[in-house]
Each structure stands twice: as structure tokens, then as C-alpha cells.
Design a protein around this ligand. Structure first.
Ligand SMILES: Cc1cc2nc3c(=O)[nH]c(=O)nc-3n(C[C@H](O)[C@H](O)[C@H](O)COP(=O)(O)O)c2cc1C
Length: 282
């Protein structure tokens, strides 16, 4: 995904929007967004995911019903499909869909990740979902109302969405016993700050990162087991988003590196943390 604006700025300006103006998206803006999702987007585990802009059909009167009254006024939705749900395809959905969300944000459009409060059955019909195909999450897209709706304010307050946990919760050095200071993070400090501001389901912020020399190991904090068939979908989407922010920011900073799953890390069993993947500087 290519951005015209700095991704650091885009990440800073994004926040969830749950109330939309009843005006169509400008043609030129729509063209740019459509162009950005024309080709499937590839995740770190190689899943290719196709995204679509879906206009609500006449029999679905508004976004209110589709989103269990969470989102008001939206007529367009961003929707993607994975061939089947596995931990890797779900992480890749988080990683790629966040790029689409950030592209929409760059275009001054409002969005809101919806991983729970949307009616899958409505959309399944509209986009003719096949066999094992799954829609892990969707987002409304459109112009935010000028004022924050009462609904947004209540939800924001309930989930403290304008807040993030502090550095010491997320970033560690060598092992989980030593926290990583901003100074010790050096040139990665701003990138990690952008990971800290990633959106997450219920604002639970489950990602944890260990820096070990030139390596960054990514984990999620969860008590749930991750097996090929049983896994916490929302937390895997959350880590996919965190990986996306890290990747886009190091690319913008022109710091070269690559992603790798380190087998030994998976054997380091921890009650609360599940290893996902590492980034290694070249
Ligand atoms: C994977 C994921 C799933 C989410 N699902 C929902 C949802 O079903 N309903 C909702 O209202 N918000 C949902 N959110 C939005 C979060 O509540 C929001 O991102 C978080 O509180 C942080 O607020 P911010 O996006 O304004 O920074 C979801 C976010 C993520 C990342």
C-alpha cells in the first residue's frame, strides 16, 4: 500500500468513528480508495486478501441494523474475506485491513474496526460468501459527523478508547523481566510509539514486544491456547494491526529488516504470552 502522507501522521490522526454524515463519498476520493484495494493485499504469512467497498443494498436500510446499533449513518463498508479461518489468515487480515483503514484515514474518511458488532449473515448474502470463507471484521467508511455523537462519547468513555497503556506494559528488553526505555529503543522509539497507538478490540492492547539486539519478538498476552482450529480471533487481529504499524513505520524510516518465525521461540512456553513472529534488522 502506498501513502502520500507520512504514516506516522496518519496513525496519529486515526480514531474510531461511529457516526457518519448522510453524504456520498466524493468520486475522486472513491477512485483513489478503489484503486488502493484493486489488487489483493498480502500478509506476513502470505495470505492474499481481497477487499471490497460494499454499498448497503436497499433491503438493508442503514448501518444501524447491520452493526447492532453501534454505527449510525454509514452507507458504505470496507469488507474483506479470508479463504478459511486459521491463526495465520486472521493475523494477515489484521495486518492488511489496517493498511486499508490507514489509506481511508489519509483520505480524511472516518472508519471503525468492527470485529464483533456486525451481522455476518447480512453481508454473507451481499458478497456471496462461499464454503469456508470468513469475514473476520469490517469497517464503515464515510465522512464523520462534525460533532462526536453521544454514542461515540459513551463508547469511548466505556472502553477508554482515547487512552493507551504505558510503555512498560508493552516493550521489553531481552526478556519479560526487563522493560525497554524509550532511550534504549533508540531509532525504533517513534515506531514503537506508533505500535502503542494501534487500535485494538475493546482497547485491550494485547501486544507485547521484546527487543533483543537487532531482533524484535512479537507476542500476544492471552490465556487462550492458539491451535490451528481454536484461537482468540480478536487478539490475533489486534496483533496483525500492531505488526502493520511496526512494518509501515520502519519502512518509512528506511530501516531494513525482514519477518521470520523463530522455531525456538515457540518452545519457550509462557502462561500468558504467545509468540507470534519476529522482525530482524539487516
Ligand atoms: C480487531 C478490532 C475489533 C473491533 N471491534 C469493534 C466492534 O465490534 N465494535 C465497536 O464498536 N468497536 C470495535 N473496535 C474498535 C475499538 O473499540 C477501538 O479501536 C479502540 O477502543 C481504540 O479506539 P480508537 O480506535 O478510537 O483509537 C474494534 C477494534 C479492533 C482493532
Amino acid at each position: 500500500m502506498k501513502f502520500q502522507e507520512s504514516v506516522f501522521n496518519i496513525i496519529r490522526k486515526r480514531s474510531s468513528c461511529r457516526k457518519y454524515q448522510n453524504v456520498p463519498i466524493k468520486k475522486q476520493t472513491l477512485r483513489i480508495l478503489e484503486h488502493a484495494i484493486k489488487k489483493p493485499l498480502k500478509g506476513l504469512f502470505n495470505t492474499e486478501i481481497k477487499y471490497k467497498l460494499v454499498k448497503l443494498p436497499d433491503e438493508i436500510p442503514d448501518s444501524n441494523k447491520l452493526t447492532y446499533r453501534m454505527v449510525r449513518g454509514a452507507k458504505m463498508f470496507l469488507v474483506g474475506v479470508i479463504p478459511q479461518a486459521t491463526p495465520e489468515t486472521v493475523i494477515d487480515y489484521g495486518y492488511t485491513f489496517e493498511q486499508v483503514i490507514l489509506k481511508a484515514t489519509e483520505l480524511d474518511l472516518g472508519t471503525c474496526w468492527l470485529g464483533q458488532t456486525f451481522r455476518n449473515d447480512y453481508l454473507a448474502k451481499v458478497i456471496e460468501l462461499k464454503n469456508d470463507e470468513i469475514i473476520p471484521a469490517i469497517s464503515p467508511v464515510g465522512y464523520p459527523t462534525n460533532t462526536t455523537g453521544i454514542r461515540d462519547s459513551i463508547i469511548s468513555l466505556a472502553i477508554r478508547s482515547k487512552r493507551r497503556k504505558s510503555w512498560k506494559h508493552f516493550f521489553f528488553q531481552k526478556d519479560f523481566f526487563h522493560t525497554l526505555s524509550r532511550e534504549a529503543a533508540g531509532k525504533f522509539s517513534e515506531t514503537l510509539e506508533m505500535v502503542r497507538w494501534a487500535p485494538s478490540s475493546r482497547n485491550s492492547q494485547p501486544w507485547r514486544i521484546i527487543k533483543d539486539e537487532k531482533m524484535f519478538h512479537f507476542y500476544i498476552e492471552t490465556t487462550e491456547k492458539i491451535t490451528p482450529t481454536k484461537f482468540p480471533k480478536l487478539k490475533l487481529l489486534d496483533i496483525g494491526i500492531a505488526l502493520c504499524h511496526f512494518d509501515l513505520c520502519v519502512q518509512e524510516q528506511n530501516i531494513k529488516g525482514s519477518w521470520q518465525k523463530i522455531a525456538e521461540k515457540e518452545n519457550e512456553k509462557s502462561h500468558l504470552k504467545r509468540y507470534i513472529i519476529s522482525w530482524i534488522e539487516k
